[in-house]
Design a protein. Sequence first.
Length: 344
Amino acid sequence: MRLRRLRLLTTGRDDTARSARRRGAQPKVVALGGGMGLSASLAALRRITGDLTAVVTVADDGGSSGRLREELGVLPPGDLRKALAALCGDDDWGQTWSRVIRHRFESEGDLHGHAVGNLLIVALWEQLGDPVQALDLVGKLLGAHGRVLPMSAVPLELQALVRGHDPARPHAVDTVRGQATVALTPGEVQSVHLVPADPPAVPEAVEAVLDADWVVLGPGSWFSSVIPHLLVPELLDALTQTKARRVLSLNLAPQPGETEGFSPQRHLEVLARHAPKLALDVVLADQAAVPDRESLADAAKRFGAAVELAPVAREDGSPKHDPELLAAAYDRIFRMHGRIGPWR
């Protein structure tokens, strides 16, 4: 019902906004994910559009975020902080604040390991009582080139069914709890789910997806950062109903533990198991990371998507995206697949 009300409220201004963008405004882009994968995508996307919203997973339970979550009962701020840092400008102001919010204390006391940005975000949450308003205020302070939203306003626990988690029982399937544990679990992840099972989406995140020209999902930790967005019912409904085009950005390499041994097409197969009704328009992959292009194309067709291959990795050989190359790939995709207007 909430999603229907949002669509009714936004339909009129959706049409007006889309008409304005057709007359030459920048594309309205929403990027979903978490951690360093989302940061890489944001660092690229902010180079090609000034109308950018990040929707961030809130299931992290490790490190500074996990400690703050356990002690204060707040949303884990770490992935939200990383997204804000990625949106900071390249000028002195932006780069200074990017370093400040990423700075971690080193001490023998309770502050050890806490990131300054995490403490700043949580302080504003306690002052304002509104996570969205607080994140908007942090974004203004940093001069962020975009908006950062949590996918849900309640802390979530990620749970996974893992085959072979216990090496002594290689065929047994066990439940593994916690995002930090799932990300590094031995064995083969079969599926993931959230606790609570039907968490409410942040309304502003739903509205952003419905009003977007493009929605970008990935790259990132597949089971712990990418798929969780598809497990929030209102957010999945928005992703299936939006008129925006949807691009899935694949990782450069399997992640040890979580997706060890996965081929590019295997990533799509597990995505389809978790969200069988999801449609995609484009699957983006690094051309050097796809040994079997035909199999990837077949897997993409199940989503109704075309495959775009491009060099998007750093030249140093690390499994990290190059922001400039990734930006060029996104720009080309936006222009080739359903161009709306001259965006620069």
